[in-house]
Design a protein around this ligand. Structure first.
Ligand code: 15L
Length: 274
């Protein structure tokens, strides 16, 4: 699978730029794409094509001959439904149709915001209920279920990375649980592309943080174990808390607070009344 080119969407975003650099350095041949121009010199071993995920023909063309699609494109923060709809829902369908045609594996940048309304004091397995904390998180749950459908119906392999907080360094108390270092993400993506078999897999995208809320996923199948940890930042970060009670209570943090209109907190157990 590694010998074939790999398509990377969202290449001009922070994670896309970092992956473009690191994956080509690791010997991968990349086709980079984004709706915005690539801001860096295109690394050796890569090419860049500007394209809109709404354009199914362009996505299909870009994926021709690819062994894997790293789907990091689309809106990456909470937005109005109409803004999310094109890139994150229709765009994802174009990615999966292209993968189906090419027999390519999809590595999907999902997010902890697909489960963001679970409380921070809860510990979750990969088969916990989706509890999206906005339209963005809902689009990530949809993306994971799209992967479920295309594996069950068409045998399209996919690995869904429920990414926590992927930054060069953690910046607040919540990230002591959610941080994913850049090197851990790079190793994770490499493992997803090179793993012999993936099926439909879900992996919590977080470093080896002792304060993690997340356990039990498909990392062994992919052959990945995180090596970094946010714990070294504890002293400087444990007092950096979200100003809102809603943000401190739930795993999605600040995303839960946006457009929140309930008078009382949602139930801790997904299906209970209070
Ligand atoms: C995400 O999914 C976002 O793309 C990113 O901007 C962060 O906010 C991250 O989650 C997080 O939860 O920290």
């Amino acid at each position: 699978m590694v010998q074939k080119p790999v398509l990377l969407t969202g290449a001009s975003g922070a994670l896309g730029r970092m992956l473009a650099r690191e994956l080509t350095a690791a010997g991968m041949t990349l086709r980079l794409t984004d709706i915005t121009p690539f801001p860096d010199p295109v690394p050796e071993g890569a090419s860049f094509t500007r394209a809109d995920l709404n354009d199914g023909v362009a996505v299909a063309r870009l994926a021709e001959g690819c062994g894997a699609i790293l789907h990091f494109g689309g809106i990456s923060v909470e937005q109005l439904f109409e803004e999310i709809l094109g890139p994150n829902l229709r765009g994802l369908y174009h990615i999966y149709e292209a993968a189906r045609r090419e027999g390519a594996r999809v590595v999907f940048a999902s997010s902890n915001h697909s489960i963001g309304f679970h409380e921070q004091r809860q510990s979750l397995d990969l088969d916990c209920q989706f509890r999206p904390d906005g339209f963005y998180g809902l689009s990530k749950a949809y993306g994971e279920l799209m992967g479920r459908l295309y594996w069950d119906k068409h045998g399209v392999e996919n690995v869904n990375l429920r990414i926590g907080t992927c930054l060069p360094e953690p910046r607040d108390a919540r990230a002591l649980s959610t941080w994913l270092s850049y090197p851990d993400l790079t190793r994770l993506v490499l493992a997803c592309v090179t793993a012999e078999r993936a099926g439909h897999a879900v992996i919590w995208g977080a470093s080896a943080n002792p304060a993690s809320w997340w356990a039990r996923d498909h990392r062994a199948r992919i052959g990945w174990a995180p090596q970094d940890s946010a714990e070294a930042f504890r002293a400087q970060l444990e007092a950096v808390l979200n100003p809102s009670e809603v943000g401190r209570r739930h795993q999605g943090g600040a995303f839960c607070v946006q457009d929140y209109t309930r008078a009382t907190p949602p139930p801790r157990d997904a299906f209970s009344l209070d």
